[in-house]
Write a protein that binds this ligand. Structure first.
Ligand code: GDP
Length: 477
Protein backbone atom coordinates (compact mmCIF):
# COMPACT_ATOMS: atom_id res chain seq x y z
CA UNK A 1 0.00 0.00 0.00
CA UNK A 2 2.57 2.58 1.06
CA UNK A 3 5.50 1.07 -0.84
CA UNK A 4 6.44 4.15 -2.84
CA UNK A 5 6.09 6.36 0.20
CA UNK A 6 8.20 3.98 2.24
CA UNK A 7 10.94 3.86 -0.34
CA UNK A 8 10.98 7.67 -0.66
CA UNK A 9 11.23 8.04 3.12
CA UNK A 10 14.01 5.45 3.25
CA UNK A 11 15.89 7.27 0.48
CA UNK A 12 15.60 10.62 2.26
CA UNK A 13 16.83 9.18 5.55
CA UNK A 14 19.67 7.17 4.15
CA UNK A 15 21.11 10.29 2.53
CA UNK A 16 20.69 12.17 5.84
CA UNK A 17 22.41 9.35 7.74
CA UNK A 18 25.36 9.43 5.38
CA UNK A 19 26.24 12.98 6.47
CA UNK A 20 28.88 13.68 9.06
CA UNK A 21 27.03 16.73 10.24
CA UNK A 22 23.56 17.83 9.22
CA UNK A 23 23.06 21.44 8.17
CA UNK A 24 19.84 23.42 7.97
CA UNK A 25 19.97 23.17 4.19
CA UNK A 26 20.14 19.35 4.50
CA UNK A 27 16.96 19.56 6.54
CA UNK A 28 15.36 21.68 3.87
CA UNK A 29 16.30 19.13 1.20
CA UNK A 30 14.82 16.31 3.28
CA UNK A 31 11.64 18.32 3.88
CA UNK A 32 11.25 18.90 0.16
CA UNK A 33 11.78 15.21 -0.64
CA UNK A 34 9.19 14.20 1.94
CA UNK A 35 6.80 16.89 0.72
CA UNK A 36 7.07 15.60 -2.85
CA UNK A 37 6.59 12.00 -1.75
CA UNK A 38 3.48 12.84 0.26
CA UNK A 39 1.93 14.83 -2.56
CA UNK A 40 2.59 12.02 -5.02
CA UNK A 41 0.85 9.65 -2.61
CA UNK A 42 -2.29 11.78 -2.80
CA UNK A 43 -2.03 13.30 0.65
CA UNK A 44 -4.07 16.50 0.76
CA UNK A 45 -2.02 19.64 0.24
CA UNK A 46 -3.01 21.36 3.48
CA UNK A 47 -2.06 18.26 5.47
CA UNK A 48 1.30 18.09 3.70
CA UNK A 49 2.05 21.77 4.34
CA UNK A 50 1.26 21.49 8.05
CA UNK A 51 3.27 18.30 8.35
CA UNK A 52 6.34 19.76 6.64
CA UNK A 53 6.19 23.00 8.65
CA UNK A 54 6.02 20.95 11.84
CA UNK A 55 8.96 18.67 11.07
CA UNK A 56 11.05 21.53 9.69
CA UNK A 57 10.61 23.60 12.84
CA UNK A 58 11.21 20.70 15.23
CA UNK A 59 14.23 19.41 13.29
CA UNK A 60 15.88 22.81 13.13
CA UNK A 61 15.30 23.10 16.87
CA UNK A 62 16.90 19.74 17.57
CA UNK A 63 19.92 20.24 15.30
CA UNK A 64 22.17 22.38 17.55
CA UNK A 65 21.58 20.20 20.62
CA UNK A 66 23.21 17.15 19.00
CA UNK A 67 26.80 16.59 18.03
CA UNK A 68 27.12 13.72 15.56
CA UNK A 69 25.37 13.44 12.22
CA UNK A 70 24.02 10.01 13.18
CA UNK A 71 22.41 11.33 16.33
CA UNK A 72 20.97 14.22 14.39
CA UNK A 73 19.57 11.92 11.72
CA UNK A 74 18.03 9.68 14.38
CA UNK A 75 16.46 12.65 16.12
CA UNK A 76 14.96 13.86 12.85
CA UNK A 77 13.67 10.36 12.14
CA UNK A 78 11.97 10.35 15.53
CA UNK A 79 10.45 13.77 14.84
CA UNK A 80 9.03 12.55 11.53
CA UNK A 81 7.74 9.38 13.18
CA UNK A 82 5.99 11.33 15.92
CA UNK A 83 4.46 13.75 13.40
CA UNK A 84 3.24 10.87 11.25
CA UNK A 85 1.58 9.25 14.25
CA UNK A 86 0.00 12.59 15.01
CA UNK A 87 -1.53 13.05 11.55
CA UNK A 88 -2.74 9.46 11.60
CA UNK A 89 -4.79 10.32 14.68
CA UNK A 90 -2.40 9.88 17.61
CA UNK A 91 -3.74 7.26 20.02
CA UNK A 92 -5.78 4.32 18.74
CA UNK A 93 -9.39 4.64 19.86
CA UNK A 94 -11.77 1.77 20.67
CA UNK A 95 -15.52 1.57 20.24
CA UNK A 96 -17.31 3.08 23.24
CA UNK A 97 -19.68 0.59 24.73
CA UNK A 98 -23.09 1.87 25.84
CA UNK A 99 -23.77 1.90 29.56
CA UNK A 100 -27.08 0.24 28.83
CA UNK A 101 -26.70 -2.37 26.12
CA UNK A 102 -27.06 -2.79 23.25
CA UNK A 103 -24.18 -0.72 21.92
CA UNK A 104 -25.38 0.55 18.57
CA UNK A 105 -22.91 0.96 15.70
CA UNK A 106 -24.14 2.52 12.50
CA UNK A 107 -22.15 2.19 9.29
CA UNK A 108 -22.30 4.94 6.69
CA UNK A 109 -20.48 5.53 3.43
CA UNK A 110 -20.72 5.36 -0.33
CA UNK A 111 -21.93 2.28 -2.17
CA UNK A 112 -19.07 -0.12 -2.72
CA UNK A 113 -17.02 1.32 0.16
CA UNK A 114 -17.18 -2.05 1.90
CA UNK A 115 -19.90 -1.47 4.53
CA UNK A 116 -21.62 -4.83 4.26
CA UNK A 117 -18.32 -6.68 4.31
CA UNK A 118 -17.23 -4.58 7.28
CA UNK A 119 -20.49 -5.34 9.12
CA UNK A 120 -19.51 -9.02 8.97
CA UNK A 121 -15.92 -8.29 10.02
CA UNK A 122 -17.03 -6.23 13.01
CA UNK A 123 -19.58 -8.86 14.02
CA UNK A 124 -16.90 -11.56 13.90
CA UNK A 125 -14.38 -9.39 15.75
CA UNK A 126 -16.75 -8.54 18.60
CA UNK A 127 -18.33 -11.99 18.81
CA UNK A 128 -14.84 -13.45 19.27
CA UNK A 129 -14.41 -11.15 22.24
CA UNK A 130 -17.51 -12.58 23.91
CA UNK A 131 -20.11 -10.09 22.70
CA UNK A 132 -23.46 -11.00 21.19
CA UNK A 133 -23.86 -8.84 18.10
CA UNK A 134 -26.91 -8.58 15.88
CA UNK A 135 -26.60 -7.41 12.28
CA UNK A 136 -29.39 -5.20 10.93
CA UNK A 137 -30.01 -4.99 7.18
CA UNK A 138 -30.99 -1.37 6.54
CA UNK A 139 -29.35 -1.17 3.14
CA UNK A 140 -32.53 -1.71 1.14
CA UNK A 141 -31.16 0.06 -1.89
CA UNK A 142 -28.21 -1.79 -3.34
CA UNK A 143 -29.25 -4.93 -5.22
CA UNK A 144 -28.60 -8.00 -3.10
CA UNK A 145 -27.27 -6.06 -0.11
CA UNK A 146 -29.73 -7.83 2.23
CA UNK A 147 -28.85 -11.29 0.92
CA UNK A 148 -25.15 -10.43 1.08
CA UNK A 149 -25.49 -9.45 4.74
CA UNK A 150 -27.37 -12.67 5.45
CA UNK A 151 -24.62 -14.72 3.83
CA UNK A 152 -21.94 -12.82 5.74
CA UNK A 153 -23.87 -13.21 9.01
CA UNK A 154 -24.23 -16.93 8.48
CA UNK A 155 -20.55 -17.36 7.77
CA UNK A 156 -19.59 -15.67 11.04
CA UNK A 157 -22.46 -17.24 12.95
CA UNK A 158 -24.10 -13.95 13.83
CA UNK A 159 -27.88 -13.49 13.40
CA UNK A 160 -29.19 -10.96 10.89
CA UNK A 161 -32.34 -8.91 11.38
CA UNK A 162 -33.69 -8.60 7.84
CA UNK A 163 -37.48 -8.22 7.67
CA UNK A 164 -37.39 -6.59 4.22
CA UNK A 165 -36.04 -8.08 1.00
CA UNK A 166 -34.45 -4.80 -0.10
CA UNK A 167 -33.66 -4.17 -3.77
CA UNK A 168 -35.45 -0.83 -3.49
CA UNK A 169 -38.32 -2.03 -1.28
CA UNK A 170 -39.05 -1.41 2.41
CA UNK A 171 -38.39 1.40 4.86
CA UNK A 172 -34.78 1.42 6.06
CA UNK A 173 -35.47 3.73 9.01
CA UNK A 174 -38.18 1.41 10.33
CA UNK A 175 -35.94 -1.63 9.85
CA UNK A 176 -33.18 0.04 11.85
CA UNK A 177 -35.56 1.02 14.64
CA UNK A 178 -37.22 -2.37 14.79
CA UNK A 179 -33.78 -3.98 14.76
CA UNK A 180 -32.79 -2.13 17.92
CA UNK A 181 -36.05 -3.12 19.63
CA UNK A 182 -35.54 -6.71 18.57
CA UNK A 183 -31.96 -6.66 19.94
CA UNK A 184 -33.21 -5.26 23.27
CA UNK A 185 -35.92 -7.89 23.59
CA UNK A 186 -33.48 -10.69 22.80
CA UNK A 187 -30.67 -9.29 24.95
CA UNK A 188 -28.09 -8.79 22.20
CA UNK A 189 -25.39 -6.52 23.60
CA UNK A 190 -24.40 -4.97 20.28
CA UNK A 191 -26.20 -3.96 17.09
CA UNK A 192 -24.40 -3.25 13.83
CA UNK A 193 -26.59 -1.40 11.34
CA UNK A 194 -25.67 -1.61 7.66
CA UNK A 195 -27.05 1.35 5.70
CA UNK A 196 -27.37 2.19 2.02
CA UNK A 197 -24.82 4.19 0.10
CA UNK A 198 -24.99 5.81 -3.31
CA UNK A 199 -22.44 5.92 -6.06
CA UNK A 200 -21.79 9.55 -5.23
CA UNK A 201 -22.68 11.93 -2.46
CA UNK A 202 -26.30 13.13 -2.87
CA UNK A 203 -29.06 14.62 -0.77
CA UNK A 204 -31.24 11.51 -0.64
CA UNK A 205 -28.33 9.51 0.71
CA UNK A 206 -27.55 12.05 3.41
CA UNK A 207 -31.22 12.38 4.32
CA UNK A 208 -31.73 8.64 4.67
CA UNK A 209 -28.57 8.22 6.72
CA UNK A 210 -29.43 11.10 9.02
CA UNK A 211 -33.02 9.83 9.42
CA UNK A 212 -31.63 6.46 10.51
CA UNK A 213 -29.22 8.22 12.86
CA UNK A 214 -32.06 10.22 14.46
CA UNK A 215 -34.23 7.14 14.80
CA UNK A 216 -31.67 4.90 16.48
CA UNK A 217 -29.31 7.34 18.20
CA UNK A 218 -26.17 5.25 17.64
CA UNK A 219 -23.29 5.10 20.12
CA UNK A 220 -20.86 5.14 17.22
CA UNK A 221 -21.34 6.21 13.62
CA UNK A 222 -18.50 4.76 11.59
CA UNK A 223 -17.76 6.29 8.24
CA UNK A 224 -16.51 3.59 5.89
CA UNK A 225 -14.27 4.76 3.08
CA UNK A 226 -12.41 3.05 0.29
CA UNK A 227 -8.76 4.12 0.59
CA UNK A 228 -8.27 3.50 -3.12
CA UNK A 229 -10.37 6.49 -4.19
CA UNK A 230 -7.49 8.86 -3.43
CA UNK A 231 -8.25 12.54 -2.95
CA UNK A 232 -11.98 11.84 -3.34
CA UNK A 233 -11.86 10.11 0.01
CA UNK A 234 -11.19 13.43 1.71
CA UNK A 235 -14.01 15.20 -0.15
CA UNK A 236 -16.46 12.37 0.57
CA UNK A 237 -15.58 12.23 4.23
CA UNK A 238 -16.08 15.97 4.55
CA UNK A 239 -19.51 15.65 2.91
CA UNK A 240 -20.51 12.85 5.31
CA UNK A 241 -19.17 14.80 8.24
CA UNK A 242 -21.36 17.77 7.30
CA UNK A 243 -24.39 15.74 6.23
CA UNK A 244 -24.58 12.94 8.78
CA UNK A 245 -21.67 13.37 11.17
CA UNK A 246 -19.54 10.47 12.33
CA UNK A 247 -17.39 9.43 15.28
CA UNK A 248 -14.75 7.35 13.61
CA UNK A 249 -13.41 6.26 10.24
CA UNK A 250 -12.86 2.81 8.80
CA UNK A 251 -10.43 2.61 5.91
CA UNK A 252 -11.11 -0.27 3.56
CA UNK A 253 -9.11 -1.77 0.70
CA UNK A 254 -5.79 -0.88 2.26
CA UNK A 255 -4.52 -3.98 0.47
CA UNK A 256 -4.90 -2.17 -2.84
CA UNK A 257 -1.97 -0.66 -4.66
CA UNK A 258 -3.42 2.85 -4.63
CA UNK A 259 -1.21 5.58 -3.33
CA UNK A 260 -2.93 5.59 0.04
CA UNK A 261 -2.69 9.28 0.83
CA UNK A 262 -6.31 9.16 1.97
CA UNK A 263 -5.22 7.38 5.10
CA UNK A 264 -2.85 10.18 5.92
CA UNK A 265 -5.33 12.93 5.15
CA UNK A 266 -8.66 11.83 6.61
CA UNK A 267 -7.86 11.79 10.30
CA UNK A 268 -6.33 15.24 10.30
CA UNK A 269 -8.87 16.76 7.92
CA UNK A 270 -11.95 15.48 9.75
CA UNK A 271 -10.47 15.40 13.26
CA UNK A 272 -12.03 11.96 13.63
CA UNK A 273 -9.92 8.92 14.47
CA UNK A 274 -9.38 6.05 12.07
CA UNK A 275 -10.65 3.16 14.15
CA UNK A 276 -10.35 0.10 11.92
CA UNK A 277 -8.55 -0.88 8.76
CA UNK A 278 -9.71 -3.45 6.26
CA UNK A 279 -7.10 -5.18 4.18
CA UNK A 280 -8.91 -7.70 2.04
CA UNK A 281 -12.21 -9.24 1.05
CA UNK A 282 -12.01 -12.10 3.54
CA UNK A 283 -13.64 -11.63 6.92
CA UNK A 284 -10.44 -11.94 8.94
CA UNK A 285 -8.62 -9.36 6.82
CA UNK A 286 -9.29 -6.55 9.21
CA UNK A 287 -7.80 -5.02 12.32
CA UNK A 288 -8.00 -2.22 14.79
CA UNK A 289 -6.13 0.77 13.37
CA UNK A 290 -2.99 1.68 15.27
CA UNK A 291 -1.50 5.03 14.13
CA UNK A 292 1.93 4.13 15.53
CA UNK A 293 2.05 0.80 13.68
CA UNK A 294 1.00 2.46 10.44
CA UNK A 295 3.65 5.15 10.86
CA UNK A 296 6.19 2.45 11.52
CA UNK A 297 5.25 0.68 8.28
CA UNK A 298 5.41 3.89 6.29
CA UNK A 299 8.88 4.56 7.63
CA UNK A 300 10.05 1.07 6.65
CA UNK A 301 10.28 -0.25 10.22
CA UNK A 302 7.68 -2.93 9.54
CA UNK A 303 4.83 -3.88 11.81
CA UNK A 304 6.21 -6.53 14.09
CA UNK A 305 3.52 -5.97 16.73
CA UNK A 306 0.73 -6.98 14.35
CA UNK A 307 2.76 -9.88 13.01
CA UNK A 308 3.30 -11.24 16.52
CA UNK A 309 -0.39 -10.84 17.36
CA UNK A 310 -1.42 -12.75 14.26
CA UNK A 311 1.03 -15.53 15.03
CA UNK A 312 -0.30 -15.75 18.57
CA UNK A 313 -3.87 -15.97 17.31
CA UNK A 314 -3.07 -18.65 14.71
CA UNK A 315 -0.91 -20.83 16.93
CA UNK A 316 -3.46 -21.79 19.51
CA UNK A 317 -2.12 -22.11 23.01
CA UNK A 318 -2.76 -25.85 23.20
CA UNK A 319 -0.69 -26.67 20.13
CA UNK A 320 2.09 -24.32 21.19
CA UNK A 321 2.17 -25.66 24.74
CA UNK A 322 2.19 -29.27 23.48
CA UNK A 323 5.08 -28.51 21.19
CA UNK A 324 7.03 -26.65 23.83
CA UNK A 325 6.58 -29.54 26.27
CA UNK A 326 7.76 -31.99 23.61
CA UNK A 327 10.69 -29.81 22.90
CA UNK A 328 11.67 -29.51 26.53
CA UNK A 329 11.37 -33.23 27.15
CA UNK A 330 13.75 -33.96 24.30
CA UNK A 331 11.19 -35.63 22.03
CA UNK A 332 11.60 -35.34 18.29
CA UNK A 333 9.72 -32.79 16.24
CA UNK A 334 7.59 -34.93 13.90
CA UNK A 335 5.75 -34.42 10.65
CA UNK A 336 2.55 -34.38 12.71
CA UNK A 337 3.83 -31.31 14.53
CA UNK A 338 4.87 -29.92 11.19
CA UNK A 339 1.31 -30.39 9.90
CA UNK A 340 -0.05 -28.44 12.90
CA UNK A 341 2.40 -25.68 12.06
CA UNK A 342 1.43 -25.61 8.40
CA UNK A 343 -2.24 -25.43 9.30
CA UNK A 344 -1.59 -22.60 11.73
CA UNK A 345 0.35 -20.79 9.04
CA UNK A 346 -2.53 -21.01 6.60
CA UNK A 347 -4.75 -19.57 9.33
CA UNK A 348 -2.43 -16.58 9.53
CA UNK A 349 -3.50 -15.72 6.00
CA UNK A 350 -1.70 -14.42 3.01
CA UNK A 351 2.05 -14.97 3.40
CA UNK A 352 3.12 -12.06 1.21
CA UNK A 353 1.11 -9.74 3.43
CA UNK A 354 2.75 -11.18 6.53
CA UNK A 355 6.24 -10.92 5.09
CA UNK A 356 5.42 -7.35 4.12
CA UNK A 357 5.17 -6.51 7.83
CA UNK A 358 8.82 -7.32 8.42
CA UNK A 359 11.22 -4.42 8.90
CA UNK A 360 12.96 -3.63 5.63
CA UNK A 361 10.26 -5.45 3.65
CA UNK A 362 10.51 -2.66 1.09
CA UNK A 363 13.92 -3.91 -0.02
CA UNK A 364 12.60 -7.47 -0.39
CA UNK A 365 9.59 -6.38 -2.42
CA UNK A 366 10.39 -8.59 -5.42
CA UNK A 367 10.98 -11.74 -3.36
CA UNK A 368 7.84 -11.10 -1.35
CA UNK A 369 5.76 -10.58 -4.47
CA UNK A 370 7.16 -13.81 -5.89
CA UNK A 371 6.34 -15.81 -2.79
CA UNK A 372 4.41 -18.84 -3.92
CA UNK A 373 1.30 -18.96 -1.69
CA UNK A 374 0.40 -22.37 -3.13
CA UNK A 375 3.50 -23.92 -1.60
CA UNK A 376 1.90 -24.22 1.85
CA UNK A 377 -1.18 -25.87 0.37
CA UNK A 378 0.91 -28.31 -1.66
CA UNK A 379 3.17 -29.14 1.27
CA UNK A 380 0.13 -29.68 3.51
CA UNK A 381 -1.39 -32.05 0.92
CA UNK A 382 1.78 -34.16 0.91
CA UNK A 383 1.90 -34.46 4.71
CA UNK A 384 -1.82 -35.21 4.83
CA UNK A 385 -1.34 -38.09 2.39
CA UNK A 386 1.00 -39.82 4.85
CA UNK A 387 -0.20 -42.31 7.46
CA UNK A 388 0.17 -41.36 11.15
CA UNK A 389 3.06 -43.83 11.42
CA UNK A 390 4.86 -42.25 8.50
CA UNK A 391 4.37 -38.79 10.00
CA UNK A 392 5.79 -39.89 13.31
CA UNK A 393 8.71 -41.73 11.79
CA UNK A 394 9.61 -40.58 8.27
CA UNK A 395 12.44 -43.16 8.18
CA UNK A 396 9.88 -45.78 7.11
CA UNK A 397 9.26 -43.83 3.92
CA UNK A 398 10.63 -46.22 1.32
CA UNK A 399 10.21 -45.87 -2.45
CA UNK A 400 6.76 -47.42 -2.70
CA UNK A 401 5.38 -45.41 0.20
CA UNK A 402 6.73 -42.21 -1.37
CA UNK A 403 5.13 -43.12 -4.70
CA UNK A 404 1.78 -43.70 -2.94
CA UNK A 405 2.02 -40.32 -1.14
CA UNK A 406 2.87 -38.56 -4.40
CA UNK A 407 -0.15 -40.10 -6.05
CA UNK A 408 -2.42 -39.29 -3.09
CA UNK A 409 -1.39 -35.63 -2.99
CA UNK A 410 -1.22 -35.09 -6.72
CA UNK A 411 2.49 -34.25 -6.53
CA UNK A 412 5.65 -35.77 -7.98
CA UNK A 413 7.82 -38.23 -6.05
CA UNK A 414 10.61 -35.64 -6.23
CA UNK A 415 8.34 -33.19 -4.37
CA UNK A 416 7.83 -35.78 -1.63
CA UNK A 417 11.57 -36.42 -1.46
CA UNK A 418 12.27 -32.75 -1.31
CA UNK A 419 9.87 -32.23 1.58
CA UNK A 420 11.22 -35.18 3.56
CA UNK A 421 14.77 -33.91 3.03
CA UNK A 422 13.92 -30.42 4.15
CA UNK A 423 11.99 -31.77 7.10
CA UNK A 424 14.87 -33.97 8.22
CA UNK A 425 17.26 -31.02 7.99
CA UNK A 426 14.82 -28.94 10.02
CA UNK A 427 14.42 -31.66 12.60
CA UNK A 428 18.15 -31.70 13.02
CA UNK A 429 18.26 -27.95 13.35
CA UNK A 430 15.53 -28.09 16.02
CA UNK A 431 17.71 -30.49 17.98
CA UNK A 432 20.61 -28.08 17.75
CA UNK A 433 18.43 -25.19 18.88
CA UNK A 434 17.22 -27.28 21.79
CA UNK A 435 20.74 -28.01 22.85
CA UNK A 436 21.56 -24.34 22.63
CA UNK A 437 18.26 -23.34 24.31
CA UNK A 438 15.10 -22.00 22.73
CA UNK A 439 14.08 -18.37 23.31
CA UNK A 440 11.34 -18.43 25.96
CA UNK A 441 7.79 -17.77 24.86
CA UNK A 442 8.62 -17.81 21.19
CA UNK A 443 5.79 -19.33 19.16
CA UNK A 444 7.30 -22.55 17.83
CA UNK A 445 5.96 -21.81 14.35
CA UNK A 446 8.10 -18.71 14.15
CA UNK A 447 11.17 -20.87 14.50
CA UNK A 448 9.99 -23.40 11.94
CA UNK A 449 12.89 -23.86 9.58
CA UNK A 450 11.28 -26.50 7.35
CA UNK A 451 9.24 -23.79 5.74
CA UNK A 452 8.38 -23.65 2.08
CA UNK A 453 11.24 -22.15 0.14
CA UNK A 454 11.54 -18.36 0.45
CA UNK A 455 14.57 -18.07 -1.81
CA UNK A 456 16.86 -18.18 1.18
CA UNK A 457 20.48 -17.76 0.19
CA UNK A 458 22.21 -21.13 0.04
CA UNK A 459 25.58 -21.44 1.70
CA UNK A 460 27.84 -22.56 -1.11
CA UNK A 461 31.08 -22.19 0.78
CA UNK A 462 31.85 -25.86 1.00
CA UNK A 463 30.94 -28.13 -1.87
CA UNK A 464 28.90 -31.08 -0.75
CA UNK A 465 28.84 -34.45 -2.43
CA UNK A 466 25.24 -34.89 -1.51
CA UNK A 467 22.27 -33.05 -3.04
CA UNK A 468 20.33 -34.08 0.03
CA UNK A 469 20.24 -31.13 2.47
CA UNK A 470 19.92 -33.46 5.44
CA UNK A 471 23.07 -35.35 4.50
CA UNK A 472 24.81 -32.15 3.61
CA UNK A 473 24.00 -30.72 7.02
CA UNK A 474 25.48 -33.85 8.56
CA UNK A 475 28.62 -33.59 6.46
CA UNK A 476 29.03 -29.94 7.41
CA UNK A 477 28.05 -30.31 11.04
P1 GDP B 1 -21.00 -1.72 0.37
O1 GDP B 1 -21.72 -1.32 -0.88
O2 GDP B 1 -20.44 -0.51 1.07
O3 GDP B 1 -21.83 -2.54 1.30
O4 GDP B 1 -19.73 -2.57 -0.09
P2 GDP B 1 -19.41 -4.14 -0.03
O5 GDP B 1 -19.24 -4.58 1.37
O6 GDP B 1 -20.40 -4.87 -0.84
O7 GDP B 1 -17.98 -4.16 -0.71
C1 GDP B 1 -17.80 -3.79 -2.09
C2 GDP B 1 -16.72 -4.67 -2.70
O8 GDP B 1 -15.48 -4.40 -2.08
C3 GDP B 1 -16.98 -6.15 -2.48
O9 GDP B 1 -16.60 -6.82 -3.65
C4 GDP B 1 -16.05 -6.53 -1.34
O10 GDP B 1 -15.67 -7.88 -1.40
C5 GDP B 1 -14.89 -5.60 -1.56
N1 GDP B 1 -14.15 -5.26 -0.34
C6 GDP B 1 -14.64 -4.85 0.85
N2 GDP B 1 -13.63 -4.59 1.72
C7 GDP B 1 -12.47 -4.83 1.05
C8 GDP B 1 -11.07 -4.74 1.40
O11 GDP B 1 -10.65 -4.36 2.49
N3 GDP B 1 -10.18 -5.09 0.42
C9 GDP B 1 -10.59 -5.48 -0.82
N4 GDP B 1 -9.65 -5.80 -1.71
N5 GDP B 1 -11.87 -5.58 -1.16
C10 GDP B 1 -12.81 -5.26 -0.26
Amino acid sequence: MFESLTSRFSGAFSSLRSKGKISSSDIETTCQEIRQALLESDVALSVVEDFIADIRQKSLGALPTLQSGTNQANAIFEIVNASLIEILGGQARRVRFAKNPPTVIMLAGLQGAGKTTLAGKLAKFYAEQGNTPLLVASDLQRPNAVTQLQVVGESVNVPVFAPEPGNGRGNPVKVAKDGIEFAKSKMYNMVIVDTAGRLGVDEDLMKQASDIRDAINPDEILFVVDAMIGQDAVRTSQAFLDGVGFDGVVLTKLDGDARGGAALSIASMTKRPIMFASTGEKLHEFDVFYPERMASRILGLGDVATLAEQAKKAFDTDTSAKLEAKFASGEDFTLEDFLDQLQAMSKMGNMSKLLGMLPGAGQMKKQIENFDEGEIVRTTAIVQSMTPTERRDPKVLNGSRRARIALGSGRKVSDVNNLVDRFTAAQKMMKQVRNGGMPAGMPPGMAMPAMPKVNAPVNKKKKSKSGNPAKRAQEEG
